[in-house]
Write a protein that binds this ligand. Structure first.
Ligand SMILES: *Cc1c(COP(=O)(O)O)cnc(C)c1O
Length: 223
């Protein structure tokens, strides 16, 4: 594990590089609570986790003003324990999941903020709506009947490659969908485009991302 001072220094360096108007999610998945605490002490408040169990264990160990984001694949049987615990579920990858979150949020009498995850990467293993599925779903306007979810925008990952042309192309596709849906969906709060990780966030920001998710650059490699 890298030291708390090192984490603080990396965060400060990163915050200097990130343009105004772009927000940082520090991805703390698989990192010990002490590492998250070091980032918190350095001023970071927004953290991303990808497993419900790990998130639920960390929440009570950190101050209440942490803004937690869920960024991993959400299994339907975990929806109940997640809804109400996080500021933003970034990884809604199916209509069924969106409906389940709505249902659970209704039971808890809250409105859950979510992003729809778009699959543009060339890897087959990544979750999300394909661009065609996303447009079809949004065209259906089914989401208008879901009163307890607020679709805030899109989240995506680029292909895992050193070829920046491919990465930029992936981000450009998602940014194009985002702008199109912001115009056509009629959703009032559709204003978050979450793209970019340790290796590719400058390209994502260049293509229009306003929320980036950086893990290993801040915390070092994961256990
Ligand atoms: C792990 C993860 C990240 C952070 O990746 P790094 O390469 O460590 O910055 C960002 N987004 C998602 C969805 C992730 O699962």
């Amino acid at each position: 594990m890298i030291s708390g001072e090192e984490i603080a220094a990396r965060l400060r360096g990163l915050q200097k590089e990130i343009p105004q108007g772009v927000n940082l999610v520090a991805v703390s998945k698989f990192q010990p609570v002490e590492a998250v605490r070091a980032a918190y002490d350095a001023g970071q408040r927004r953290f991303g986790e990808s497993r419900v169990q790990e998130l639920l264990e960390k929440i009570p160990q950190l101050p209440a003003d942490v803004e937690w984001h869920f960024i991993g694949h959400l299994q339907t049987n975990k929806v109940k324990s997640l809804v109400g615990k996080v500021a933003l579920i970034q990884s809604v990858d199916s209509r069924r999941l969106l409906e389940l979150i709505d249902c659970e949020a209704a039971k808890k009498d809250i409105v859950a903020d979510v992003l729809l995850q778009v699959h543009v990467a060339r890897e087959e293993t990544k979750f999300g709506f394909s661009p065609a599925e996303l447009l079809e779903f949004m065209d259906s306007h089914i989401y208008e009947t879901l009163k307890n979810v607020r679709i805030r925008g899109l989240m995506a990952m680029a292909t895992n490659t050193d070829d920046n042309t491919v990465v930029r192309g992936d981000f450009a596709v998602v940014a194009g969908l985002f702008r199109q849906l912001r115009e056509s969906s009629g959703l009032k709060n559709f204003d978050i485009l979450s793209m970019g990780m340790s290796e590719d966030w400058p390209i994502a920001v260049d293509e229009g991302a306003d929320l980036i998710r950086v893990g290993s650059y801040i915390f070092g490699s994961r256990n």
